[in-house]
Design a protein. Structure first.
Length: 355
C-alpha cells in the first residue's frame, strides 16, 4: 500500500522533529506535531491489525486446502467468514482515517513548515543576587528590551512592577506583541549577569550581580481554562511611583491559583478591573509554562538532558562593563559596544541565537 508507506515515512519525519530540544519553546508547533503524530499512529495501528487478520485468513485457507480434518476444516471455513467481515470493517475505518488525515494535512503541514504565527510574550525580569545593584541591573534590562521593542514597532504593556528604594526594579512583568515576538525573545530566558562598579560602591570595586528573565508565550483565549472557584483574589493598596493616588485606593490585585499555588499580581493600572485582567494574563502564561514543564518531564531522560532545566535557572549571558563586552555563554560568542546593546541594539545577538 503506497499511501501507507508515505504515511509511515511522514511518521518517522515527525519523530525526528519532535526530538528537537528547541521545539518545546514553540508550544503551538509542538502541539500541532504531536496531534499529527497521534493521528498517524491510529492509522499505523489499524494497518497492523489488518495485516494480522490477513495472516489469520491465510492460515485458515491453508487448513481448508489440506482437508486433513473435516471438523477442523469446517471451523476454518466458519472463521474465515467472520474474519472477512472484520477485514471489510477495518478497511473502511482505514480509508476513513487516511482520508481525514489528508484533509487535515494542509493546515498542519503549513504550520510544520512555517512555524507558529506571531505570539504575544509575557516577559518577567527579577532582580537576583546583588541587592540594590541587582535591582538597578534589572531596570537596565527592562530599558534594553523596551528600546528593542520600540525599534521593532512592538506594542509594550507593563502588567506589574515593584520598584526598589533607588529607582531600581525588584520585579517587572510586561507584555510584548504585534510582531514575531516569541521567536526573537524566547532566547532571552535565563540568568543575566553584570560585572561593573555599582553606583553605590565608594571604594571602586567591581561587583557581580544577576537578574533572571522569563519569556512566556501568552496563551490565546480559551487555551488555558481556569475555573473561577480555583482562584483566591486579594486586593491591596498599590505602592511605588504614581503620586498620592496609588496609596489611597485598593487597586492592586493578587491572584492565587489554589490547585498549583501559582501567584500573580498587578498594580500598574489605576483601575481594579484592568489590574485583575493583567494578573489573569500573567497567571495564564505561568500555567502554560507549568504545562510545558510537565510535558518535558514526560519525555525520555536523554531529551530532558538536552533541553536542560527551566531556562530561567541557567546563566546565559554576562555584561562586563570594564571590558566593554557582552558574552553569550550558549553560543560562546562575545559582542562589543556594551552601551549600544543596553540601548536596545540587540539585533546581532538575537540573529546569532536564532541561527
Amino acid at each position: 500500500m503506497p499511501k501507507i508507506e508515505a504515511i509511515k515515512n511522514e511518521y518517522n519525519e515527525l519523530l525526528q522533529q519532535l526530538s528537537d530540544p528547541e521545539l518545546i519553546s514553540d508550544w503551538q508547533r509542538f502541539e500541532a506535531l504531536t496531534k499529527r503524530k497521534n493521528e498517524i499512529e491510529k492509522i499505523i495501528d489499524k494497518e497492523k491489525e489488518l495485516k494480522e487478520l490477513e495472516n489469520k485468513i491465510e492460515e485458515n485457507r491453508a487448513i481448508i486446502a489440506a482437508r486433513e480434518d473435516p471438523e477442523l476444516t469446517a471451523l476454518a471455513e466458519a472463521e474465515i467468514e467472520q474474519l472477512k467481515e472484520k477485514e471489510k470493517n477495518l478497511e473502511k475505518e482505514l480509508i476513513s482515517l487516511t482520508s481525514s488525515l489528508t484533509k487535515k494535512g494542509e493546515e498542519l503541514n503549513s504550520l510544520i513548515v512555517k512555524g507558529s504565527p506571531s505570539t504575544a510574550v509575557i516577559i518577567e525580569i527579577r532582580a537576583g543576587a546583588g541587592g540594590e545593584e541587582a535591582a538597578l541591573f534589572a531596570a537596565d534590562l527592562f530599558r534594553m528590551y523596551s528600546k528593542y521593542a520600540e525599534s521593532k514597532n512592538w506594542k509594550k504593556t507593563v502588567l506589574d512592577c515593584h520598584y526598589s528604594d533607588l529607582a531600581g526594579i525588584k520585579q517587572i512583568v510586561f507584555e510584548l506583541k504585534d510582531g514575531d515576538v516569541f521567536s526573537e525573545m524566547r532566547h532571552e530566558a535565563g540568568v543575566h549577569r553584570v560585572q561593573r562598579i555599582p553606583a553605590t560602591e565608594k571604594s571602586g570595586r567591581i561587583h557581580t550581580s544577576t537578574a533572571s528573565v522569563a519569556a512566556l508565550p501568552k496563551p490565546k483565549k480559551g487555551k488555558i481554562a481556569i475555573n473561577p472557584r480555583d482562584l483566591k483574589v486579594d486586593t491591596y493598596k498599590a505602592s511605588g511611583p504614581g503620586g498620592q493616588y496609588v496609596n489611597k485606593r485598593m487597586t492592586a490585585i493578587r491572584i492565587i491559583h489554589l490547585p498549583t499555588g501559582l501567584v500573580s499580581t498587578s498594580q500598574t493600572e489605576r483601575n481594579l478591573q484592568q489590574n485583575r485582567e493583567n494578573a489573569l494574563s500573567i497567571l495564564e502564561a505561568k500555567l502554560l509554562e507549568k504545562k510545558e514543564s510537565e510535558e518535558i518531564m514526560k519525555m525520555g531522560r536523554e531529551r530532558r538532558l538536552q533541553i536542560g532545566k527551566a531556562q530561567r535557572a541557567e546563566k546565559i549571558r554576562t555584561y562586563n562593563f570594564p571590558q566593554n563586552r557582552v558574552t553569550d555563554h550558549r553560543i560562546k560568542k562575545t559582542f562589543h559596544n556594551l552601551e549600544e546593546i543596553l540601548e536596545g541594539k540587540l539585533e546581532p545577538i538575537i540573529k546569532a541565537l536564532q541561527s
